[in-house]
Ligand binder design. Structure first.
Ligand code: NAP
Ligand code: ZN
Length: 334
């Protein structure tokens, strides 16, 4: 039976109906009947070929929630009918040093669900069951879907870089990732500062848990924030004044890049040397981090603030994300 979905046939083109025959189910694979799929800005980067790595037809969608409707012979940890989530990563070699360490997100053979593989903007998806996660009962599918990529991507660096209650945290960009980052950093007990170019987001940023809000395009507000934070997560997909954010860090502070702006991030070496500061990156999250993140979300009532749209409205939905108008995550109801 073919799987019906939506695909882009070329860069920057609207998505249209598309169907494909799934491969026979491998021993570790499951098929998931999708109920919801979030739209991450990475889907837009892929559709638009911003990273020069897209191949078409491209079926986006990597914030998937649905139920298992078929399982291969090795699958014992999941059963038909389980409600699961699938994020960016669809598989890894499970043998290399990084997989053995439980850092599958760093595996050189990591496979993405919507690159050279058909993703979640459709009825069903077929993935390695070891990259599908049971969704805690208290989380609604609509609010849980964005956790699978957005949530994992902001939770993982907080853990990986050792954020504690004493860490003063900043989040740059209050979009899909950013609004979840505020909630997780608050749950970690941190003092949280939101940096946004959109003044209208102040009230909601504070509702998500930000203690302070800085309008980052206002240089006087940025000046007042100098030397105030230890760890900043940047979720922006555009270039900003990186030096001004490095100046917001206290000595030994770290700027962690998760958003993907075009081109290079440039700062003077003096900005790093004085104050012993660093710039780091982080990519999605390991399987353990995703599992832990879901439990943390369930415990602390962390949820994506969503706008639900139907799969047939996929092009309007993508435009909303492309134009920065989503508040704060558009989720497709399949
Ligand atoms: P999003 O919902 O569109 O949010 C991005 C936010 O960046 C916007 O809400 C806006 O926040 C800010 N922004 C947008 N344009 C800007 C500009 N010109 N100048 C300054 N700020 C701007 O996107 P998302 O889904 O959160 O994804 C963000 C980025 O993370 C994307 O590049 C995506 O590819 C990347 N990503 C990376 C990973 C990873 O593993 N590292 C995983 C998932 C996503 P304000 O209005 O508050 O300024
Ligand atoms: Zn994503």
């Amino acid at each position: 039976m073919p799987i019906h979905c939506y695909a882009a046939q070329a860069a920057k083109k609207p998505l249209g109906p598309f169907s494909y025959e799934p491969k026979p189910l491998g021993p570790w694979e499951i098929r998931v009947k999708i109920s919801h799929c979030g739209i991450c800005h990475s889907d837009i980067h892929l559709i638009d070929n911003d990273w020069k790595a897209s191949s078409y037809p491209l079926v986006p969608g990597h914030e998937i929630v649905g139920t298992v409707n078929a399982a291969g012979s090795n699958v014992t940890q999941l059963k038909i009918g389980d409600r699961v989530g699938v994020g960016w990563q669809e598989g890894s070699c499970m043998e290399c040093e990084w997989c053995a360490r439980g850092e599958e997100n760093l595996c050189p053979s990591s496979r993405a669900v919507c690159m050279n593989h058909y993703g979640g903007f459709g009825e069903e998806v077929q993935v390695d069951s070891r990259f599908a996660f049971k969704i805690p009962d208290v989380l609604e599918s609509e609010n849980a879907a964005p956790l699978l990529c957005g949530g994992a991507t902001v939770y993982s660096p907080l853990r990986h870089y050792g954020v504690t209650t004493a860490t003063k945290v900043g989040i740059i960009g209050i979009g899909g990732l950013g609004h979840l980052a505020i909630q997780f950093a608050k749950a970690f007990g941190c003092q949280v500062t939101a940096f946004s170019t959109t003044l209208e987001k102040e009230t909601e940023a504070k509702k998500f848990g930000a203690h302070k809000f800085v309008l980052s395009k206002d240089s006087s507000q940025m000046k007042r924030a100098v030397r105030s934070l230890d760890f900043i997560v940047s979720t922006v997909c555009a270039n900003v004044n990186w030096t001004s954010f490095m100046n917001v860090l206290r000595p030994n502070g770290k700027l962690c890049i998760v958003g993907v702006p075009p081109g290079n991030i440039q700062v003077s070496p003096h900005v790093l040397i004085g104050g012993q500061k660093s710039i780091a990156g982080s990519v999605i999250g390991s399987r353990a981090a995703i599992q832990e993140m879901l439990e943390c979300a369930a415990l602390h009532n962390i949820k994506a603030k969503t706008e639900l749209m139907s799969l047939s409205e996929v092009n309007q939905a993508c435009d909303k994300v492309r134009q920065g108008k989503a508040r704060y995550r558009v989720v497709l109801k399949i």
